[in-house]
Write a protein that binds this ligand. Structure first.
Ligand SMILES: *Cc1c(COP(=O)(O)O)cnc(C)c1O
Length: 351
């Protein structure tokens, strides 16, 4: 297997691409009068000033994130949700109809959807029964057209973790990009792999403001990688992909974030309580220990539990049709009141 060389795996059209040059990125000095972007000069039209285009590279916000994550701003990409970063990886590295990617199911559904949208073949190497990477099979599935390998840790929908050493074994021998999706890392009892980025030039780490930070409605995802990879993201992304309202909101949130870690701790405590209570139910086969903000629960009869919960006004995620998840429901950790309602409903149904 050839050694990783970024230029070897970037699509030719992206290498040649002359990116859109926005008014806001062509001028970087200070000025008082902005007549360069065909904006409306009146800022009093709504409660909030939105008449100007936002900073295309979100520098102020990235500086804040840089401090929190301990990584330089030029190794950070911000997208309209993690979904945008996932899609950009396909558009930068994968030739439609020719290249392939590897995913490790059961896992997050977006990798495959994004591959299908981009007409890129998906090779599925299932996790082992212990929900670990099947190293031999992943290695055997790699060929000259394999450009991306997606790992999710903690994994959705299992809540389990992959061995970092296995991820690095693949990253070391692979000449494409290894992605580690850490959407749930803030609920885990181990650290992000961000601090290993310097050792692995082909590593991309995804995180999000949607889960622990409580801003799913905002649509703000993060990718961390070498600055060469981040430059490619910046080249291909839509010029103004993060709205000024999103940037401002996230900046304010990051400045006053003391409540966030409190809430994360609360959710982790509730996770352990729920784990206990669910395990005591008669029709529960197993509850898988979780490093995320949800539990994967195997029931004797998941479909009917799902239907009965719906009747009680409680909706969980039916994963029983997913490979390796038969009879499993994925249950998000709610507030203490919501979790009690869930347990009460289940007890009423199955006692
Ligand atoms: C929820 C989730 C995300 C978040 O996606 P956003 O587009 O940032 O909301 C990413 N990856 C996984 C595995 C998830 O479960």
């Amino acid at each position: 297997m050839a050694k990783f060389n970024l230029q070897d795996i970037v699509r030719d059209n992206i290498k040649k691409l002359k990116p859109y040059s926005s008014a806001r990125s062509e001028f970087s000095g200070t000025a008082e009068v902005f007549l360069d972007a065909n904006e409306n000069p009146y800022e009093d039209l709504y409660g909030q000033k939105v008449n100007r285009y936002p900073d295309p590279y979100q520098l102020e916000l990235k500086k804040k994130i840089s401090v929190i994550k301990n990584i330089p701003p030029d190794q950070i990409f911000l997208g309209n949700g993690s979904d945008e970063a996932i899609d950009l990886l396909f558009r930068i590295f994968c030739m439609p109809g020719k290249d392939n990617i590897i995913i490790n199911p059961p896992t997050y559904g977006m990798y495959e959807v994004s591959a299908n949208i981009n007409d890129v073949a998906v090779r599925k190497i299932f996790l082992t029964d212990a929900f670990q990477i099947d190293l031999e099979k992943v290695s055997a599935a790699i060929d000259d057209f394999t450009k991306l390998i997606f790992f999710c840790c903690p994994n959705n929908p299992t809540g389990t973790s992959l061995k970092a050493s296995d991820i690095f074994t693949i990253a070391t021998s692979f000449s494409g990009i290894v992605i580690v999706d850490e959407a749930y890392i803030d609920f885990a009892d181990y650290n992000s792999l961000i601090f290993r980025l310097d050792e692995f030039p082909n590593l991309v780490i995804l995180q999000t403001f949607s889960k622990a930070w409580g801003m799913a409605g905002l649509r703000l995802g993060m990718a961390f990688a070498s600055k060469e990879i981040i430059q490619l993201f910046n080249k291909v992304k839509p010029p103004y992909n993060i709205s000024s309202i999103t940037q401002q909101f996230a900046l304010n949130a990051l400045t006053s974030s003391n409540l966030v870690s409190e809430r994360i701790n609360e959710i982790k405590i509730e996770r352990e309580k729920l784990f206990q209570h669910l395990g005591e139910l008669r029709n529960v086969i197993t509850v898988i220990p979780s490093q995320a903000n949800f539990l994967l629960v195997k029931f004797e009869d998941a479909k009917s539990v799902y239907a009965e919960l719906c009747k009680s006004g409680i909706v969980v995620r039916d994963r029983s049709n997913v490979e390796l998840c038969d009879n499993a429901l994925r249950i998000t950790i709610g507030t203490p009141v919501e979790n009690s309602k869930l347990i009460d409903a289940l007890k009423k149904l199955y006692s």
